[in-house]
Design a protein around this ligand. Structure first.
Ligand code: PMV
Length: 312
């Protein structure tokens, strides 16, 4: 039976179109929300502050400050309340998510964003996108160590974003919608690890790695123009180039390479890994005519899930 008082908040998944990893070093990146996948949080009155998801239930210990909390979800509730100078609301926050975890779709940031919104609603407050973004970023740091901030930004603003670390995010409209397939290798991979390995490369071989980061930045800027002009042929070529540059950064994997090649052989205009790499997802740019053949080929090549989404 549903409670009389109930607050609901949601947040979408995201994918990075261009520029992952280089974005950690101040280069630009392009990312878009994926609204067909989302987290939803429902808050109902309770005796304590409780978080409930498919496989967990946790209660906020009495009198604990946000800084003392290591659990990212409890901490998000606590810091959001603290942002308003208030105590966490005594409510049960039930989380439901259709976003696969640890696969480059931003599930952690989406949970935090939806939780922050639900807490604000429960406290009768409005939370600005800017404030929420900063709170979610702080939680992302628990998950990822040194995140660039692109995930929380695209998820909180729910718009395509041209992102440079430390600068105000530039949201934009995609005037010529594109059709993407997001295919999951079925292998989970920790972004923290691939980011750490790239950092080691940057430190140990700067003269070889910095030009790769510059080349990625170039593909991002050209891709932004191609997106604005509906130039899908250039977009596809740039995806393939960006994938090759990510291979040089050692963040691809045999599974990702196989799915990228399979998509291209089956008629995709472009394909690349998306996000942290080493596993997780790849994306393929398709048309209504090629979509089903590319989907079938990806499944045959081992993709455990293929999601179709229209960006724009
Ligand atoms: O694995 P994801 O989708 O969360 O993407 C991480 C993107 C990186 O550029 C690899 C890291 C970052 O913090 O931007």
């Amino acid at each position: 039976m549903s409670s009389l008082v109930e607050f609901k908040a949601t947040a979408p998944a995201k994918i990075i179109l261009f520029g992952e990893h280089a974005v950690v070093y101040g280069k630009p990146a392009l990312a878009v929300p994926v609204s067909s996948l989302h987290v939803s949080v429902t808050a109902t009155p309770a005796d304590k502050t409780i978080i409930e998801a498919a496989d967990l239930e946790q209660t906020l210990p009495d009198g604990m400050s946000a800084d003392e909390l290591t659990d990212p979800l409890l901490r998000m509730i606590s810091t959001t309340a603290h942002h308003f100078g208030m105590q966490p609301p005594k409510m049960r926050f039930s989380i439901a998510s259709s976003i696969p975890v640890a696969s480059g779709l931003g599930s952690g940031a989406a949970v935090s964003a939806a939780l922050g919104r639900a807490v604000a609603l429960a406290l009768g407050q409005d939370i600005s996108a800017e404030a929420l973004n900063s709170l979610v970023y702080d939680i992302e740091r628990i998950h990822h160590g040194t995140p660039s901030g692109i995930d929380n930004t695209v998820i909180v603003y729910e718009k395509p974003v041209y992102f440079i670390r430390g600068q105000n995010p530039q949201t934009f409209e995609v005037s010529h919608p594109i059709r993407l397939l997001i295919a999951d290798t079925g292998r989970t991979a920790l972004t923290r690890e691939s980011v750490g390995d790239v950092r080691k490369l940057v430190m140990s071989e700067p003269s070889r790695i910095n030009p790769i980061l510059d080349a990625i930045a170039y593909t991002v800027d050209v891709a932004r123009d191609a997106l604005a002009h509906g130039d899908n042929v250039s977009l596809g070529r740039l995806m393939v180039e960006n994938h090759a540059l990510l291979q040089h950064l050692t963040v691809s994997s045999p599974e990702l390479d196989r799915l990228v090649k399979t998509a291209l052989d089956a008629g995709a205009i472009g394909a690349k890994l998306s996000g942290g790499g080493r596993g997780g997802n790849m994306i393929a740019l398709v048309t209504p005519e090629t979509e089903s053949a590319v989907t079938a080929a990806l499944i045959l090549a081992g993709a455990v899930r293929v999601i179709s989404t229209i960006v724009g």
